[in-house]
Design a protein around this ligand. Sequence first.
Ligand SMILES: [Zn+2]
Length: 346
Amino acid sequence: MENSFKQKYLKYKRKYLQLKKMFGGSAKKIDIELGFTTFQTLGDCIKELIDESYKIYTEILSSRIPTTILCGGQSPSYYCLAMMNFKIYNPELVDIVILPHSKAGVKTSLIDSFQENRLYCQRLREKNIMLKDNIVIIDGVHSGVGILAFESAIKSCFSNIKNIKKYAINAAKGVSKIPVDKEIILPCEPKFSDTFPRLVIAYHPRDFNDSTKFITEFINLETNPIAEMIIDLAKNYPEIQVEDTDWFRLNNEITFEIQEQRRLREAELRETELREERLREEELREERLREQGGFFTPIVLDNPKRYQCPICKTITGTDAVLYPENVYLFFHNFDCPNRYKIPKEN
Ligand SMILES: [Zn+2]
């Protein structure tokens, strides 16, 4: 009898602890340098990171192609940390390998890069790093020097690789100066790559001959509250959405400055919308004019024979007389109603 009570008690205790864990029993307000103020709170940034990491990972996973996601350095590290803590993380099919490789935007000569790749490959072999045949490199991509050098190092070291895709995680459109397979725009990206504590060691070419500095694991996880929050939330995602947790509530302080940034952003968005709407209207008008087509009577000039528009007064070359059907040979002012009409002499 006593025994079954004890069992029941233990069962309830387990259940209680499980629930407590699920609903963020360890959630706390994080006191950390946030960098420059944007329209997003810390909570918003973590939500953005977890939502997008889940999207990236599930998309790669659902292709059913054995793939290794390479986290080359600090920029993608928080995204990779989230992915590795999702319940759906399935390293048999899609694994994540952390490989520090820093170029800091410095280009090297062909000979130097050959030497760099050779040394880097030695480090990979020492650690017995294995990669699947298909690779996705995730990184912040600006000049592209870093990701291209990393790609070249990986290619030169592993002969089994069939395909390397590059995913850029950037704060704004057009930041990437090289073509990539996917550009993901995440406004909080600079905070994860530059402001929050480092998760991956910086490993520069000058250290490529030093194997002790080649650390292919996350560093200082225990003392990093951002990492703690991400791990905690990723474990129960997507069943529990980030915004429904205590972690989010405690770290979603909308200060006056954030409010101000939101106001500015909304005004900007509205303006862009208006501009786009005006553009669409303009295009529609153009299309209607083009469809209407029809004819107009041009003024005929001599020596050589050319046409002039009676409305906007533009004068054509001689081709417009030879090929009147080609309305693009007759330049008009942008607002001239004759623009898409065919000139026809009386
Ligand atoms: Zn005209």
